[in-house]
Design a protein around this ligand. Structure first.
Ligand code: C2E
Ligand code: CA
Ligand code: CA
Length: 524
């Protein structure tokens, strides 16, 4: 934007100089054709029109006076006869010039202001009045300084705030942007750009090799201790940042792209901060590829299903199976669900995977009458469509509802109301619900007690250390104690050795799952 303004200023200055020269030429023409008695005085309208339309009212008026005086008292009416003009004559001419400059200059200023207003709308965010990304696109020539670009957002802001509505989101964005402004005010070399929703871009220019990026990034930490108050409601915020450095020759927009790639990585991988590096582009491309290719992979039967047996602790008889999704790539390798599920969970595709896994579970139940079949449900897969689909399919295939177990992670408890609503529906139909990966994340006995679940699956990260770590063992013991007291059953995940199995049995865990008993096997 600055660039085009500079261009325009230069052009206008040239028009200004040209007009002054043109006025002198007109003066010469008027004099050499015999004075103001002739029609050539009208030529003076041309430079006045040029200057007023290009340089505005003020410069137009000054030029009108200048031109009026050039053809003023010193310019004879008739050069040959040496006859002067009357005062009235040249004054009236000057007034006409002024009037003309006024009209053209006024409207030219008016339309320039309109243009500036529209440009401002285009280059600033309407809500926060911060510069937007569009303004960066217009700024082709940057200042040839090294820069650090930081993309910043608030974790889960849409999910958290959407329950309060659009107006509330806007207010919180505004409150947050003010806080950000206040916080960063202390740094002179930083510019805040508003990106989408609650996403901001910070451009830090490195002034003469003085780099205060660390101080800036650290000061952003203060935002995490902040509670935004919107309409009296406190909102706890957690910021996530993606960071990159660009050289003096790199385009700022390329820096913004890199910072956003790093930010996306931080979001998907649950990290607070991520620095950009070239491999992230490949990662990002993979993420995009996963999202873009999931549907066709599903259609080509390349999304496969593995089952893993779960055994009863005492008898080691088979209790049931857990179905696990697999992505078969072109070379026949299986991509871990840990890679593709977090990607598709952020899209509508998770519903397609869920429906597919429900179909597979029904097929498995139909051909293995006694098996209890577990399916993993992402929090985002809990919606009327998927739950109705599951219930109808079980019914149509005459399968005992008790044979189906839904595994959920604690993440679902972030929206307890929703969890309770769907858990109740599942329980009304006598289905089993298991809390997966218990013992990691924000496990809370209180939350668990508030939702109707049947089984707790103790995470493999704790079970795996049960032999050597006293702490792990005591955590498992306390989980088992809690479950016993509350009528919940327990499954130990990640039972890899006989030793682990023995300790789990000793502690009194009900069911065991892990490589020791069965490695996940693709269903052909
Ligand atoms: P999960 O539900 O905790 O599944 C158990 C994971 O532990 C599986 O990883 C399984 O292969 C692995 N595992 C089993 N026994 C052992 C063992 O003894 N030691 C160790 N170290 N690991 C063991 P997998 O198949 O890679 O799945 C990873 C996660 O992906 C699953 O964790 C589950 O959260 C998710 N997932 C898998 N399939 C689906 C699906 O259809 N839908 C959804 N929403 N998530 C799925
Ligand atoms: Ca599971
Ligand atoms: Ca698990």
């Amino acid at each position: 934007m600055k660039n085009t303004i500079m261009d325009r200023k230069n052009i206008n200055r040239r028009f200004l100089i040209a007009s002054y020269v043109l006025s002198l030429i007109v003066t010469y023409i008027v004099y050499s054709t015999g004075g103001t008695k002739n029609v050539y005085t009208n030529l003076m309208y041309i430079p006045i029109a040029i200057i007023s339309s290009t340089n505005g009212l003020k410069k137009g008026l000054i030029h009108a006076v200048y031109s009026g005086l050039l053809l003023g008292p010193l310019m004879p009416l008739n050069v040959e006869l040496g006859q002067s003009q009357t005062v009235f004559n040249w004054i009236i001419r000057l007034v006409i010039y002024l009037l003309m400059a006024f009209i053209i200059g006024f409207f030219s200023d008016y339309s320039r202001k309109n243009r500036e207003y529209i440009l401002n709308l285009l280059t600033h965010d309407a809500l926060t009045d911060l510069r937007n990304i569009e303004s960066l696109k217009r700024e082709e020539n940057h200042d040839k300084k090294k820069k650090t670009i930081i993309a910043l957002t608030v974790k889960n802001y849409e999910e958290t705030l959407s329950i309060f509505g659009y107006d509330f989101i806007n207010k919180s964005i505004l409150t947050f942007s003010k806080k950000l402004n206040e916080l960063l005010n202390q740094f002179e070399n930083i510019e805040i750009i508003k990106y989408n929703g609650m996403e901001f871009i910070l451009i830090v220019s490195h002034e003469n090799n003085y780099i205060n990026t660390d101080a800036i990034i650290n000061s952003l930490e203060e935002l995490n201790e902040l509670t935004l108050k919107v309409n009296g409601i406190p909102i706890y915020i957690e910021t996530l940042v993606g960071i990159t450095n660009i050289s003096e020759n790199e385009n700022v927009l390329e820096g913004v792209r890199q910072a956003l790639v790093a930010l996306r990585y931080a979001i998907i991988n649950n990290k607070k901060r991520c620095f950009y590096y070239a491999n992230l582009d490949t990662y990002y491309k993979n993420v995009v590829d996963i999202a873009a290719n999931f549907k066709s992979t599903l259609a080509l039967n390349k999304i496969r299903v593995a089952y893993q047996r779960i055994v009863k602790s005492e008898s080691e008889d088979i209790f049931g199976v857990e179905l696990l999704a697999r992505w078969e790539d072109d070379s026949g390798n299986f991509l871990s669900p840990g890679i593709f599920i977090p990607v598709i969970e952020n899209t509508e595709l998770i519903n397609e995977l869920t429906a597919f896994m429900i179909n597979k579970a029904i097929e498995f139940c139909s051909s293995n009458k006694d098996a209890i079949v577990s399916i993993n449900f992402s929090p985002k897969a809990f919606n009327d469509e998927n739950i109705n689909y599951l219930i109808n399919l079980i019914r149509e295939n005459n399968i005992d509802f008790k044979k189906i177990k839904i595994e959920v992670t604690e993440e679902i408890l972030l929206n307890k109301e929703k969890a309770i609503k769907y858990f109740n529906i599942l329980k009304e139909h006598n289905m089993n619900i298991a809390m997966d990966d218990f013992g990691t994340g924000y496990s809370s006995y209180k939350s668990i007690g508030e939702v109707p679940i049947d089984i707790i699956k103790i995470d493999k990260s704790i079970v795996g250390k049960i032999c050597e770590s006293k702490l792990s063992r005591s955590i498992v013991e306390s989980i088992v104690y809690f479950c016993r007291q509350n009528g919940l059953e327990t499954v130990a995940e990640g039972v890899e050795t006989r030793e682990i199995a023995e300790i789990c049995k000793e502690i009194g865990i009900d069911y065991l799952q892990g490589y020791y008993y069965h490695t996940p096997t693709i269903i052909e």
